[in-house]
Design a protein around this ligand. Structure first.
Ligand code: NCD
Ligand code: ZN
Length: 351
């Protein structure tokens, strides 16, 4: 059978997206709105988005930054801190557009210093989340400097995630941006109510990409790229079509000057071609027929949202990613900058 030259999908959702604020927001959000019907917006601004009121205000700024005619719904997550009052959960639920709370272990990643220092500090909030059915979105890495950076996800499963799931047996959890065989096995074998997002970079690249011909800051993100065996485990899992796995790009823009730096920031910007990159990844593993459910069904179903109406059509038509895109007063270097991507978005039908 020859490879298909077009691919028509139900309009997809991105369930893990960083769009920042201000000029940066205006620069990046149109890319996501051109591809996705909805996105779950991450709350790690400075200061973080901690309350329902702050999330609703941020959501208005996102809507105001959309290009004319865009049909794009931001869904929100609140930044969990040691001091989050349990009552915030009810305010979040009542808002109708907040899907859950994001657990950043303090110090785990970009703008996580206000995160949770000890999971015991938030047991009250987890109790309320479990009661309301809102989700806990988890950055699943321990931060102990004695733990090897490549082992932090696996260690988090054993020391934090598994005990939490046992203590709160009805808590709904999304293990964000999973990167390892250990995480795949854990999620696929876990009780009901557990799911995971998978990024394009962790399907397409292994850790060699950090050092290909020299140090490559634009391939640095957290969780960091892992081994080829881990990448293969992720690919095999999405090829298997588990409804527990769904699309979350973790597109995380930083200015070129913050990436190409003696202490470069973590984060890969992929929103300029997110769906196209997933199409490439799925095609490479012979699983193009699985892309629609991964991108447009599993996440919506997990979050108990209606699947989107409308369609997006991809065509096989290679194009070169620009060397950079404007980003406020600076510029941003996107994934594959100066290189080709095999798929292009040809049409979007927005009902
Ligand atoms: C994210 C960012 O820059 O906000 N960075 C990243 O490497 N993924 C934070 C995060 O999701 O860890
Ligand atoms: Zn992220």
């Amino acid at each position: 059978m020859s490879a298909p030259s077009t691919l028509t999908l139900r309009r997809p959702d991105d369930f893990h997206l960083h769009v920042r604020d201000g000029q940066a927001l205006a620069a990046v959000v149109p890319f996501s709105a051109a591809r996705f019907a909805r996105a779950l917006i991450m709350p790690n601004l400075r200061p973080p988005v901690r309350t329902a009121a702050e999330a609703l205000a941020y959501r208005e700024r996102i809507l105001a930054a959309l290009p004319a005619g865009a049909r794009f719904t931001p869904l929100m997550s609140l930044y969990l801190t040691d001091d989050t009052p349990a009552g915030e959960v009810e305010r979040a639920r009542a808002s109708g557009c907040i899907l859950g709370f994001k657990l950043y272990p303090a110090g785990a990643t970009t703008h996580s210093d206000a995160g949770v220092t000890d999971i015991g500090r938030v047991h009250g909030v987890l109790e309320r989340l479990q009661e309301t059915g809102l989700a806990l979105q988890v950055h699943g890495e321990v931060t102990d400097p004695r733990i090897d950076v490549f082992e932090r996800e696996a260690r988090f499963i054993d020391t934090v995630l598994a005990p939490v799931l046992e203590r709160f047996p009805r808590l709904r959890v999304v293990f964000e941006h999973i990167t390892t065989r250990a995480a795949v096995e854990f999620v696929l074998g876990a009780r009901e109510g557990i799911a995971a997002t998978v990024t394009p970079q962790h399907l397409l690249m292994n850790r060699n990409a950090l050092f290909a011909g020299g140090i490559r800051p634009h391939h640095y993100c957290l969780p960091v790229l892992k081994s080829e065996a881990d990448r293969e485990a992720l690919c095999a899992a999405v090829r298997g079509g588990s409804p527990r796995l769904f699309l979350g790009t973790d597109s995380a823009p930083h200015a070129r000057s913050a990436k190409e730096n003696a202490c470069g920031c973590a984060g890969i910007f992929s929103a300029h071609a997110a769906l196209e990159l997933y199409a490439e990844a799925f095609e490479a593993i012979g699983a193009l027929e699985r892309l629609e459910a991964f991108a447009a069904h599993h996440g919506a179903d997990f979050y108990r949202l209606p699947r989107n109406e409308g369609r997006v059509r991809l065509v096989r038509s290679p194009w070169e990613v620009p060397a950079s895109y404007p980003f406020g007063t600076g510029e941003i270097v996107a994934l594959r900058a100066g290189e080709r991507i095999g798929w292009r978005i040809e049409a979007v039908e927005r009902p």
